[in-house]
Design a protein around this ligand. Structure first.
Ligand SMILES: C[S@@+](CC[C@H](N)C(=O)[O-])C[C@H]1O[C@@H](n2cnc3c(N)ncnc32)[C@H](O)[C@@H]1O
Length: 586
């Protein structure tokens, strides 16, 4: 808390003040805010998004955005264009583990890579996260959902910080991702990390989350029906299904383990017959072919013999080729339960393996999340048409997952991926040239996105511009990008001197970049041809307003600056507040 001047207060006044303070116990997170230099980025600049045509993917106009730069800059711009419009935010911030091995765990605070040995390690991380989370909150739609990956290092601090930003009532849950097996000698083998989940406003969000994996489930039920009709011989049936499965596995998401089939349909094996933890039932289950007893689970079986006998008689067990495999219970695709469990079991190595295969055997980025983790999560919280934002996008896993979901259910979700360069200006030549956003995130998306229209993206670079340099440095394309995004229009290349797009409500949005009479005339002609309302952003606004009196004309650069300031003023107020205030409403 900043130091205040109390010297003018009398002793009784000071006593009163102390009494008041004692009566106001605060619950929540306190960190050493006044010991940490304020983030320099909370200043009076403007952030523009520059279009980099040679790095865009496919033909415009573009709905998907890859934004290169510091996410604080990108988010401040997005607050001007997307406030209250983002449906899902997932982030995977640096976990603050203190690793100095490379930049990969690094994060930049006040233009410098953070020193993990700093005494204020946790406070600085919180100070780094706080304004970004505040921006995330403001960007979310009322029924929007926020998810963040984290491990034990900052879980407990982050939970309290999120309670402060979102309000504890909007906490939805903590998903434990069991991602690794650790057999190293230690006290507790940590084999998981977390995904904290919040709603912007719980009451506006659906009380039951259902997976949109219905597509994959329906597909498995249907293929099962077709093949069982065609093949009576079990071996032939399995061979036909295996062929189909190999070709379609990539589209099955969490149902990717359903690799078996019998006359009742497609199924997977479940270990639910194995007793967990302590000693269970012991008996022999004969292998149907070798007739020898199958290997028993470590802790025996979970059910008494009568139940197991019913499973055997009902052909409900999955056996290995011989008795050396422990039996499993068949679980059919038709019974797949679409709930988001608080425990997800998914091998963390899948992330690096898939990225490596996209990059021809070379891993260009450490510790990417598996796309499957994101598809699993997103399938519960996003629907076609949603905007999904990841502002610690790294190698672009979230955007990849969004594209996969769209391919599966034909949805038109759009993604915004903000990724940094990770370059170090104080480093070697190679470190200076490093650009994760360009060379990994965008490159990955280019390789995996379908060439279809929805698989395109605009590559944008977040560029802070000092206010006094604005008129000189603000390019026409940057203005047009901001105008398009603010009106929910895709990013379009500015061809000629008049930017012109029509919104889905039939409103024409115009940006005449020049101020000459010919610019006014061109705008007036275009506006005459358009029957619906016209909104125009112009440098010499009165002339344009006079030319087309029915149009709504906003003057530049004041409008742009005003909107940017409006959003960042809110932010400045929020992050410099002194008292702990629990945000969010239920
Ligand atoms: C844990 S990684 C995210 C990995 C990502 N989920 C994936 O699957 O590829 C965190 C990323 O955030 C980046 N990062 C750190 N500080 C940032 C900032 N201020 N703005 C944008 N990105 C940042 C790091 O460089 C790193 O690439």
């Amino acid at each position: 808390m900043p130091h205040r001047d109390y010297s003018h207060l009398s002793a009784p006044e000071l006593i009163d003040l102390l009494k008041q303070r004692d009566a106001q116990a605060h619950f929540g997170l306190i960190w050493e805010r006044d010991q940490i230099e304020k983030d320099k980025r909370l200043n009076d600049d403007f952030v523009g998004l520059e279009l980099v045509p040679e790095l865009c993917h496919g033909e415009g106009p573009y709905k998907n955005l890859v934004i290169e730069g510091d996410n604080f800059d990108a988010l401040r711009h997005l607050l001007m264009t997307h406030a209250g419009r983002v449906n899902v935010i997932y982030i995977d911030p640096p976990y603050n583990t203190g690793s100095t091995a490379s930049n990969r765990q690094g994060w930049v605070y006040n233009d410098k890579f953070f020193d993990p040995n700093s005494r204020f390690r946790h406070s600085t991380w919180l100070e780094f996260m706080y304004p970004r989370l505040q921006l995330a909150y403001d960007l979310l739609a009322d029924d929007g959902v926020f998810m963040v990956s984290i491990d034990d290092t900052e879980l407990y601090n982050l939970k309290l910080l999120l309670d402060r930003v979102f309000g504890p009532k909007n906490f939805i849950g903590n998903v434990i991702w069991n991602n690794v097996t650790d057999n190293n000698p230690t006290r507790i083998a940590v084999e998981h990390e977390y995904v904290l989940v919040y709603a912007k406003k719980k009451s506006a969000n659906s009380p039951v989350w259902k997976s949109s994996e219905f597509g994959a489930k329906t597909m498995l039920i249907e293929i099962g029906r077709q093949l069982t009709e065609k093949h009576q011989d079990p071996a032939e049936l399995q061979a036909a299904y295996t062929e189909w499965y190999r070709e379609n596995k990539a589209f099955l998401g969490p149902l990717a383990d359903y690799k078996f089939i019998d006359d009742k349909g497609v199924y997977a094996g479940s270990r639910s017959v194995h007793n967990p933890g302590k000693e269970g039932y012991r008996y022999d289950v004969p292998h149907p072919v070798t007739k020898r007893p199958c290997k028993q689970p470590l802790m025996g079986y979970r059910f008494p013999w009568e139940t197991m006998k019913a499973f055997i008689d009902g052909d409900e067990l999955l056996y290995g080729e011989d008795e050396n495999k422990i039996v499993e219970l068949k679980v059919y695709a038709r019974d797949y339960l679409s709930k988001l469990s608080s425990v997800i079991e998914l091998d963390g190595r899948k992330g690096p393996n898939e990225l490596k295969s996209i990059f021809g055997g070379v891993l260009p980025f450490n510790n990417p999340k598996p796309t499957e983790l994101l598809t699993q999560l997103l399938t519960f919280v996003s629907k076609p048409g949603d905007i999904v934002l990841d502002f610690f996008a790294g190698s672009g896993t979230t955007a990849h997952a969004v594209a996969k979901l769209n391919a599966e259910d034909g949805g038109d979700r759009t993604f915004i991926a903000v990724s940094s360069t990770e370059s170090r200006l104080d480093g070697s030549e190679e470190e200076k040239q490093k650009n994760i956003c360009r060379d990994v995130c965008a490159q990955r998306l280019r390789r995996v996105l379908p060439a279809a229209t929805r698989g395109t993206f605009a590559y944008l670079r977040a560029k802070p511009i000092l206010r006094h340099r604005l008129e000189r440095e603000l390019t026409n394309q940057v203005v047009w990008n901001a105008v398009c995004l603010a009106h929910q229009l895709p990013i379009a290349k500015l061809e000629g001197a008049l930017g012109w797009q029509i919104t889905s409500e039939g409103i024409a949005v115009a940006y005449p970049s020049g101020t000459k009479s010919s610019d006014v005339a061109r705008f007036a002609e275009k506006a005459r041809e358009h029957k619906g309302p016209v909104i125009c952003y112009a440098w010499a606004s009165p002339r344009f307003a006079e030319a087309v009196p029915r149009s709504q004309v906003f003057s530049l650069p004041e409008t742009l600056l005003g909107n940017f300031r409006k959003s960042t003023v809110l932010l400045n107020a929020a992050v410099s507040e002194e008292e702990v205030q629990v945000g969010g409403e239920e």
